[in-house]
Design a protein around this ligand. Structure first.
Ligand code: F6R
Length: 606
């Protein structure tokens, strides 16, 4: 959480920092701030406030003189409320600092080093600034090393020292920092999105190293002072793909990008009509030697895991668990060297998922991760990685990352079914062909988005809402319901239809709309009965139904017909429809769709 940027170079630093913070705002958006070194006075000026980057832009105005060096931050509050004082950067003595992470022992540090008198805010971050200032005697690296040796917790620190010219210093533990040197100067950020505008070459700053940014060079060294060569990566994201491209919100843009994203995810992993992970260096033995599978993930990524679980059970008949990463380590999971652990994460930085991967590896499991952001912490921690190639996902609510995660899971299931002799070669090819139809089928849903907009209007006024379905439909609705609640603030619950009568049906009234999904032919007749049950209790029911079975639906319902795919693949068109529903409800209510309250895109605190 929290977005960080640092820049030293030839461009107008204020503009570089503010533009980057706008791109990073998805990491946290309750306050923002920048510090710039004035080229004439050599003073470091801090501008910060509670609110959005647009508020910060207003207070920076045009009075800030253009300068060549500065740092910036967007905050997602952990320690201390949302106010101007708690916003970063924090300035103590000669030190101006921004921080991402959590310092667990900040109280001890205040007492041990008698820092209370230096602090203006309630944040753990300002304690780090004060400690750094305490140790600083003109040698930034020594001060950083001493400070870091006292810290317990996670941190990405980016620092300006008053007497060190236009040089930026940084070090980190767990919380990520990426950096680059390009024609315009040197820069670092909490993630690649902020660098994309300048270059697609970047490296991940290793933990417990110190990075110095000069306008014309970068110096990376370990804590013993040895110079380390940065290991550059190339992002295959287009340089400007982080823009809105004419859409009012990133969420809409990202929903619309899904056909292309799926294409990018699967195209290079299909050879001769069969799944092939050789370009990813994932050996076939990973899939043939395991006896059980455990998927670990959070939120939407975990919901992708639930779809995979249904497929693995019905096609591979294997034991598979899906674990919320935040609960995993504390639940005595059954993990051993015969377990294939699959970690799923868009950002590759979710701390619970990262810690769960480390734990599973300590227990001897092999870990394959499905990740969107190249070189991210979970990717680096895993034995093998399958990147989803969805491009930057900026809206806080995940859309294209989810469906590309599903696409990878379809390929994994096909690979396992084939390599374990469950599918013949022809059956595998036929399964893969159906997956290849997905982009076309998704386009059909997107073309009918106006109809979904009309459906959205029916639930706008709801305070509470239920989503019901059976089998795979239930898994899809868990995600559809999460999407709706996070962007529209409507309380929505997904229920397996058969469970309704065991309690929740008591909540069904004419004021609780019900959204039903009916895409699984073998479960259709039971599902249709459940729909009638809620209808007869007064609920306004909207049905998302596979078009080939829509004729079986009797009665007056608002219906959206989903284009036909084999049952196992109906997740794809249905998910797009539910994403659009959530999007339209939120935008019609006038909410900031891309930045729902209290949320942040990258969850780096436990
Ligand atoms: C919801 C959403 C979150 C994320 C979750 C995991 O729309 O985006 O539930 O899915 O925070 O994030 P990643 O995939 O980055 O590990």
């Amino acid at each position: 959480m929290c977005g960080i940027i640092g820049y030293t170079g030839s461009e107008n630093v204020r503009d570089v920092l503010l533009d980057a913070l706008e791109l990073l705002e998805y990491r946290g958006y309750d306050s923002a701030g920048i510090a710039v070194k004035d080229q004439e006075t050599k003073q470091t000026a801090v501008y910060k406030c509670a609110g959005r980057v647009s508020d910060l832009r207003a207070i920076c105005g045009s009075e800030t003189t253009a300068a060549g060096c500065g740092i910036g931050h967007t905050r997602w509050a952990t320690h201390g409320g949302v106010n101007d004082r708690n916003a970063h950067p924090h300035q103590v003595g000669k030190v101006t600092l921004v921080h991402n992470g959590i310092i667990e022992n900040y109280r001890e540090l205040i007492a041990d080093y008698d820092l209370a008198g230096e602090l203006q805010s309630e944040t753990d971050s300002e304690v780090v600034a004060a400690l750094l200032n305490h140790f600083y005697e003109g040698n930034p690296k020594e001060a950083l090393k001493k400070t870091v040796s006292k810290l317990r917790g996670t941190f990405a620190l980016v620092v300006l020292f008053a007497d060190q010219g236009d040089v930026i210093y940084s070090t980190r533990n767990v919380s990520p920092i990426v950096a680059t040197l390009c024609d315009e100067g040197a820069m670092l950020a909490s993630d690649l999105t902020a660098l994309c505008r300048f270059t697609n070459r970047y490296f991940v700053v290793p933990e417990y190293h110190i990075l110095e940014l000069h306008s014309d060079k970068l110096v990376l060294s370990d804590f013993d002072g040895n110079i380390v060569e940065p290991e550059y990566l190339t992002a295959d994201w287009e340089l400007n793909s982080a823009g809105k491209n004419g859409y009012p919100f990133y969420m809409e843009k990202e929903i619309m990008e899904q056909p292309e994203a799926i294409e990018n995810t699967i195209a290079n992993r299909i050879k001769g009509g069969l799944p092939d992970f050789s370009a990813d260096n994932v050996p076939d033995t990973l899939f043939t030697d395991c006896e059980r599978i455990t998927i670990i993930a959070c939120g939407t990524a975990m919901h992708a895991g639930l779809v995979a679980q249904a497929l693995v059970k019905s096609i591979l008949h294997m034991h598979i668990d899906v674990e919320m990463a935040s609960e995993f380590m504390y639940s005595d999971p059954v993990i051993d060297e015969k377990t294939l652990v699959i970690a799923v994460s868009q950002s590759g930085e979710t701390i619970d998922t990262l810690e769960a991967v480390k734990y599973a590896k300590r227990r001897g499991a092999k870990c394959l991760s499905i990740i969107n952001v190249k070189g991210s912490s979970i990717a680096r921690e895993s034995d093998y990685v399958l990147y989803t190639n969805a491009g930057p996902e900026i809206a806080v609510a995940s859309t294209k990352a989810y469906t590309t995660q599903l696409a990878v899971f379809y390929l994994i299931v096909a690979k396992m079914a084939w390599s374990r002799g469950i599918f013949t070669t022809e059956e595998t090819q036929s399964f893969v062909r159906e997956l290849q139809r997905t982009p076309e089928v998704m386009k059909q849903v997107l073309e009918h988005r106006r109809d979904i907009h009309l459906v959205a209007k029916r639930v706008l006024a709801a305070k509470d809402l239920f989503m019901i379905g059976r089998g795979l439909d239930y898994s899809i609705l868990l995600e559809g319901s999460l999407k709706l609640k996070e962007v529209s603030y409507i309380h929505s619950e997904a229920y397996a239809s058969g469970e309704l009568k065991h309690g929740p049906i008591a909540l069904i009234t004419q004021d609780t709309p019900v959204i039903a999904a009916v895409t699984q032919e073998k479960l259709m007749s039971k599902e249709l009965s459940n729909i009638k049950e809620v209808k007869s209790r007064g609920a306004d029911v909207v049905v998302f139904i596979k078009e080939t079975i829509a004729g079986s639906l009797e009665g007056e319902y608002e219906v959206f017909e989903l284009p036909n795919m084999q049952d196992e693949f109906m997740v794809m068109p249905a998910s797009v429809a539910l994403q659009l529903l959530a999007y339209y409800v939120s935008s019609d209510k006038g909410f900031d769709v891309d930045k729902p309250r209290n949320l942040a895109k990258v969850v780096t605190v436990e």
